[in-house]
Design a protein around this ligand. Structure first.
Ligand code: 7TS
Length: 407
């Protein structure tokens, strides 16, 4: 039994009707960026056509309308993550900016040369480099939790490296390469016992499962709009109110102040303190619409559907000669990375593209992880709620062709 009407879902995504090189588009790069439903596209159009102005600045009707829609979007995000307060939701331009905000603001205020930051080998560069920049400024140390051969990252490995010196434990909810789901709640408990704060890179998490930041024990949780069927240019940083309150602003400019004079400037309350300048207004409203879209279908139903697809794809692709999966940990989500004995990942991507199949090939902004698995790069098929078993079949047939061409 399908948990939802997949034909109706596919009808919501106009781009899926596009032809690519004369073939039906088979879009298997949703972990890179997902496609957008009409509901989201229309919401952007509606903002610009009927309710657009800058937010929180004018006393005129349009500005009031837009500000109300923008704040409604914040409330939707707060509810989506089960944040305690709407003010705990900071709009940024993406996951990357959200993590940089924490590293710059919380990190510089609270860490010193004797402190440690714990990350994992499976991190996207955007959850490595902000911590390296911080380390270079304050001289702290970064420790790295290893990844098992199957792509699992165990609680035991975290336990071995967390100590009273650890001030920040930053890791992905879900790996963008391995699809591994990390034991967030359990790690958060140990981190808190040691007095560290927990920063979760949720870029690949929120799109595949219901997320409750309070239950997980996340102090910070970052994600971006463009992977959750929403617009690009908008991201979210959830932060616990007490932590955000004691942090200095990340950027200075309009909208983030209480009073300004040349001798002294005071900051606005949350969330404005962290939203300097004109924010991505329509994009935030579009993100709210994307959240409505996913919630109307049901996050649990989406997870169930994608799991069935992942199992089918895993079984279908295991039948292909010389194909090796990277990441087979139990409980993983619908991201399938692989290499083939006969061809470079870039050749794989180029060949399947001729059949209209979009997969990503490269290091996936996770170069240390490529090194860990001793590969220069990998091909990756990632599935969204609009993909079907037929999509998997087209990919599998196309991969057979790769074997025929290179053998
Ligand atoms: N963290 C993870 C786990 C990601 O997968 C990505 C993007 C980011 C952070 C950065 O997100 P951004 O929206 O700020 O750029 N990942 C990918 C990917 O796997 N393929 O393209 C982008």
């Amino acid at each position: 039994m399908m948990p939802f009407d997949i034909d109706a879902i596919r009808d919501d995504f106009p781009i899926l009707k596009e032809e690519v090189r004369g073939k039906r588009l088979v879009y298997l790069d949703s972990a890179g960026s997902s496609q957008k439903p009409t509901q989201v596209i229309e919401s952007l159009k509606r903002v610009y056509e009927t309710e657009y102005s800058n937010v929180h600045r004018g006393l005129h009707y349009m500005s009031e309308q837009t500000s109300a829609r923008y704040e409604e979007a914040r409330s939707k995000v707060a509810k989506f993550l089960n944040a305690e307060f709407d003010q705990e939701i900071i709009f940024t331009k993406g996951t990357t900016e959200s993590i940089n905000l924490v590293a710059s603001s919380f990190g510089r205020k609270n860490l010193g040369p004797d402190d440690e930051i714990l990350i994992t080998w499976a991190e996207h560069h955007s959850n490595i480099i902000p911590w390296q920049l911080l380390r270079d400024q304050i001289g702290c140390e970064i420790k790295v939790v290893p990844v098992d051969d199957d792509g699992a990252i165990s609680l035991e490995s975290f336990k071995k490296l967390i100590s009273k010196k650890t001030k920040i434990v930053a890791f992905c909810h879900v790996s963008n390469v391995l699809g591994t789901v990390l034991p967030v709640k359990e790690v958060a408990e140990i981190a808190h016992q040691n007095g560290a704060v927990v920063v979760i890179d949720g870029a690949q998490g929120v799109v595949h499962m219901p997320v409750d930041v309070q239950d997980l024990g996340a102090d910070f949780y970052a994600f971006g709009g463009h992977k959750v069927y929403g617009p690009s240019g908008i991201g979210v940083l959830y932060g616990k109110r007490d932590l955000l309150n004691q942090m200095p602003p990340y950027q200075g400019g309009g909208g983030m102040i209480n009073t300004v004079s040349f001798s002294e400037t005071t900051w606005a309350d949350l969330p404005d303190k962290f939203e300097a300048g004109t924010p991505p207004i329509a994009q935030a409203i579009g993100l709210g619409e994307a959240i409505d879209y996913m919630e109307n279908i049901g996050l649990s139903k989406i997870a169930k559907y994608e799991l069935d697809l992942l199992n089918y794809a895993t079984q279908r692709l295991s039948g292909i000669d010389g194909l090796n999966f990277i990441g087979t940990a139990p409980g993983k989500v619908s991201v399938l990375s692989f290499t083939m004995d006969c061809a470079h990942p870039h050749d794989i991507a180029t060949i399947v593209d001729q059949d209209g199949v979009a997969v990503r090939a490269g290091h996936h902004c996770a170069q240390p992880l490529m090194e860990r698995f001793d590969i220069p790069s990998a091909a990756r098929a990632s599935f969204g709620l609009y993909n079907t078993r037929e999509d998997v079949d087209v990919l599998a047939r196309s991969l057979e062709k790769v074997n025929e061409i290179f053998k």
